[in-house]
Write a protein that binds this ligand. Structure first.
Ligand code: MN
Length: 292
């Protein structure tokens, strides 16, 4: 097998707010080399690096809004987030948990800091990904997977040097917790200082990582700092990371859907016509109802 080399390292952009509760650095889609097509099926990545929110009686977040055509995946590193949607699903995820919400044919949802967390205030750190759906599943029924950390299978590295949490996909024959509609690998590598892990993915898969905490060395050649994103080339299969400090690294690798992408705001479809239909259906109230 051949080494998979780094294509680019992306520094975090200045943060912006999504609603009043998510202070995020956007990595995907972000123009040159990181548009939706390049990281397909990962069509959005927003990362809320650790940020202190002071106590409040009114939970911060994003009020009711629609989605159609893809899945939203929220990974909690610090803090707690609550979700409610128009298909009747709701849940709270906390440190180490993952919320995998399949919007598919359409939902309304709201995302807020959990009530007690809001009242007490605290550090908030989260990643949200949008995972595109294959055309044949874009209009399927919505679905919700609330995945607690204890439900996530883990691969222990030798010598207590860390653990790989398999959120989705497969790592050294350990299966991911989430069900997906196309081949998606999503792991949290939690490494002690000096901990090293190797990864192998097909060269055709779009592959990247985000250094959530700490600092790593990739392939023994390049140091990558906290909050930085690494896009790998679509050549070679194997890469390694070594933690130069205690680190948490989000690993992403997925088979590109290679279908046309038509995106507008919260809707991601295959054609412009389907976007027009989504807006029409939303305005007609076909995404259901959810109280503010
Ligand atoms: Mn949303």
């Amino acid at each position: 097998m051949r080494t998979k080399h780094i294509e680019i390292v992306v520094a975090p952009k200045d943060p912006h707010y999504v609603g009043d509760g998510f202070r995020v650095h956007n990595f995907i889609p972000s123009g040159y080399r990181l548009d939706m097509e390049r990281m397909d099926p990962f069509i959005l990545l927003d990362y809320n690096s650790p940020f202190y929110f002071p106590p409040t009686d009114k939970p911060r977040g994003v009020s009711v809004h629609p989605h159609r055509g893809f899945e939203t995946v929220t990974i909690a590193y610090q803090g707690k987030v609550a979700h409610h949607d128009s298909s009747g699903n709701s849940g709270v995820i906390g440190v180490g948990d993952v919320q995998w919400m399949t919007a598919a044919s359409g939902i309304l949802h709201k995302e807020y800091h959990e009530e007690k967390f809001s009242k007490e205030g605290g550090y908030f750190q989260m990643a949200q990904l949008w995972v595109n759906l294959p055309a044949k599943y874009k209009m399927s029924d919505p679905k919700y997977q609330g995945i607690t950390n204890s439900q996530i299978n883990k691969y222990q590295l030798a010598g207590d040097k860390g653990v790989i949490e398999i959120i989705a996909g497969n790592y050294k024959n350990v299966e991911g917790a989430a069900s997906t509609f196309s081949p998606v690998n999503m792991f949290n590598a939690r490494l002690e200082e000096g901990g090293k892990a190797e990864f192998t993915f097909p060269s055709t898969y779009n592959t990247a990582l985000l250094v959530v905490d700490g600092e790593i060395n990739v392939n023994g050649t390049q140091t990558v700092a906290e909050n930085h994103f690494v896009l790998f080339e679509n050549e070679g299969e194997d890469f390694s990371i070594e933690a130069t400090k205690k680190s948490t690294v989000l690993i992403l690798s997925g088979e590109p859907l290679n279908e046309p992408i038509a995106a507008q705001g919260p809707f991601v479809m295959n054609t412009r016509k389907e976007i027009v239909q989504a807006i029409k259906d939303y305005n007609l109230g076909k995404f259901g109802y959810l109280e503010e």
